[in-house]
Design a protein around this ligand. Structure first.
Ligand SMILES: *Cc1c(COP(=O)(O)O)cnc(C)c1O
Length: 382
């Protein structure tokens, strides 16, 4: 049996450049002068692969990672093996999972007394009493998702953590809603609310972490940059797209390629795909590519360009679940690469281009790339 690469087996792959990831990490650290970074690898590192990202950054000295769910945290703990790293659970969690958090050393974000009380009960019933769960105190300064809002709530949550041996304070944080926007008023208000609340309990700045990508890139000189908490910028995407240009050169980590698996002539007057919406006006060469909306190539990307042999080609007709038909410069051999995101010769297509065409943000494109697409780590840039 012939031994195919994952790319040749599936006819599509997401190639992940280690060099680009390292470049972005170093660039953000230099730009901000921060001491450390919590690398945000939730949703499988925005679709790129949490294990690949975490191991690469661990070798660069990163020791703190953030995911969204307990299951993601357990998977990352297992992927990291015996590498000593903190894994933070951002966002709301179920206190019934406190035991898993203790066992796998996952540090949840906590924002209210009721949650802590329930988690403490779970731990008292079956946990290991000498092993505190490290927690990150969430301060709601304007995202409205979770966290303490007043000095009273701050005092209650902070004192419960300090007085209950089931918990150990590992951090205190807030999340900015508008760090990437031109108007700085709401950003400043959030910062002020945060300062008020942390100072009300005299919490040491060494515990604070506030800066997401927008904050790190566009407000690098602010109080919040001792410890960064960054996702999208690491992966080379502009969180302020399309409003602002990046202040530093980041490199896209992901290249999404597929292959032409059928190539044929479409005669003038013949239509293709569901709805027969595309009709050839003259004889033309077309190719069938084995990716579709089930792979995260959204149905509304009809008409989007792709790159073949350094030329811009187009998605023709409707995108189907597993296949799309594209225009071709002429007949091409089986397996000819088709670039959906990335560079081919002088031409390039960015995640931002796809997001603009889909009327969404780059994050949604990346996190939507399906599990059927193999992730392949490469050392070099593409
Ligand atoms: C997702 C997330 C981040 C990272 O945001 P980016 O804009 O991708 O850097 C940081 N903090 C919290 C709480 C998050 O949910």
């Amino acid at each position: 049996m012939q031994d195919l690469t994952k790319f040749d087996e599936r006819g599509a792959a997401l190639f992940l450049s280690r060099a680009a990831l390292i470049h972005n990490y170093q660039t953000i650290m230099a730009h901000t002068g921060a001491q450390k970074m919590i690398a945000v690898v939730k949703a499988d590192a925005y679709g790129l692969g949490a294990a690949f990202v975490a191991k690469t950054l661990f070798d660069q000295g990163v020791r703190d990672f953030a995911v969204a769910t307990t299951a993601e945290g357990i998977a990352l703990r297992q992927a990291l093996g015996d590498r000593p790293a903190q894994i933070i659970l951002l966002g709301v969690q179920n206190p019934a999972l406190a035991l898993q958090m203790q066992t796998y050393e996952l540090a949840p974000a906590v924002g209210d007394v009721a949650w802590l009380t329930q988690a403490a009960q779970v731990l008292a019933e079956s946990g290991q009493p000498d092993r505190p769960v490290r927690v990150h105190l969430a301060v709601d300064t304007g995202m409205g998702r979770m966290g303490v809002q007043s000095t009273e709530e701050m005092a209650a949550v902070y004192q419960l953590i300090q007085s209950n041996s089931a918990f150990e304070l590992a951090g205190v944080f807030t999340h900015f809603a508008t760090a990437d926007e031109h108007d700085q008023a709401y950003y400043d208000l959030q910062k002020e609310r945060f300062l008020n609340l942390v100072q009300s309990q005299a919490i040491d700045p060494a515990y604070w972490h506030l800066a997401n990508s927008g904050s790190a890139l566009f407000h690098p000189a602010e109080i919040n940059c001792q410890t960064l908490r960054v996702g999208s910028a690491l992966y080379g995407y502009n969180p302020a797209f399309p409003e602002k240009d990046l202040p530093v050169a980041l490199e896209p980590v992901a290249t999404w390629q597929a292959q032409v698996w059928a190539c044929h002539r479409l005669a003038a007057g013949r239509a293709l795909s569901y709805g027969a919406t595309y009709v050839a006006t003259e004889d033309q060469w077309v190719g069938t590519v084995p990716i579709g909306y089930a792979d995260g190539y959204h149905r509304n990307l009809v008409g989007m360009t792709v790159l073949v042999q350094g030329t811009r080609q187009r998605i023709l007709g409707r995108i189907t679940m597993d296949q799309v038909v594209i225009s071709l410069p002429g007949p091409v051999p089986f397996g000819t690469p088709v670039t959906l995101i990335g560079q081919d010769g002088q031409a390039s297509i960015t995640v931002e281009d796809l997001a603009a065409h889909s009327q969404t943000i780059p994050h949604e494109i990346l996190t939507g790339i399906g599990a059927r697409i193999p992730r392949i780590a490469i050392e070099e840039r593409r």
